[in-house]
Design a protein around this ligand. Sequence first.
Ligand SMILES: [Zn+2]
Length: 146
Amino acid sequence: MHAGFPLPDTEWDATREFWAGAARGELVLPRCDACGSFNWYPREQCRSCGQGAFTWTPVSGHGRLFSWSVVRHPFLPQFRDKVPFVPGLVAIDEDPRVRLVTEIVDCDPGELTFDMPVEVVFRELRFPGVEGRVTAPLFVPARGAS
Ligand SMILES: [Zn+2]
């Protein structure tokens, strides 16, 4: 566990580019140089073709809500100011097999539905008693979604 927990560790090699992208307002994911598949979480070998070279590539930030839950009780003291909040899994439009663990914000949890369109927003994460802040890609219900 790193010093800033529960902030994400932005210096960890495997995901450093992900957090650097978020800081620039870009959602970037590793894309296989051989077959073009996006892979997430980062892995050593592409799950589609088995090759091992990737390029961090921007995606549209549009996706579909795959699953979610509503947290009403903080399971860690650092989350006490945050409840209720909605951790979720978002399948990206570029490849619905690619799902990001994220948080759904600016939403009425009662109106969330499976497969609804969502889009990325970038927000600073910070926690009481924890130094620092990290810009993270979170998702909101897509504007104009029906
Ligand atoms: Zn591949």
